[in-house]
Design a protein around this ligand. Sequence first.
Ligand code: XMP
Ligand code: MG
Length: 184
Amino acid sequence: MDAHDMGKDLEKVLLTQEQIEDRLTEMAAQVDADYAGKDLLLVGVLRGAVMVMADLSRRLHLPVQMDWMAVSSYGSGTKSSGVVRILKDLDTDLHGRDVLIVEDIIDSGLTLSWLLSNLRSRGPASVEIAALLRKPEAAKVPVDVRYVGFDIPTEFVVGYGLDYAERYRNLPFVGTLAPHVYGG
Ligand code: XMP
Ligand code: MG
């Protein structure tokens, strides 16, 4: 691919920058209301959640702390298995804390359900999830996601933190890739 022109690799724009930002403003207002008077810790899941974390957190009026985790899902091919390995753990002690996990996308939900029980085992006061995107598959897994930005179809999407082979994360919108990118 031509690394200097991402535009021609795209098939369509699913969510514009404006749509994403408007929705994050609404989500931030909900978080502000729900955690008023609390000492909230945002936990971003690297690397995809970087943009959501940056734009959601800057819309909050609450003073929050932020920490980051990196995990990898073991699985065959493109499906996650639910077996997760921590590549980078939190630096923050979760004991008694109100924690909000910030994620880019929930697909099968296996990664997040593992993360949820892992963080809940550390003695926090509460753990909830905010995800920008959710695919229909996620409905099969009993993960309670408190804040969801958009329900999207079962399509592979890139942009706004989401990658294909580590590229396209810096697109300011969410879109799908043209078949030629996948070698089609
Ligand atoms: P689960 O366990 O919910 O895994 O199946 C979610 C993780 O899978 C990745 N994922 C995607 N990444 N475009 C991406 O760039 C997509 O359409 C997509 N769907 C799933 C992502 O890493 C997420 O954290
Ligand atoms: Mg990825």
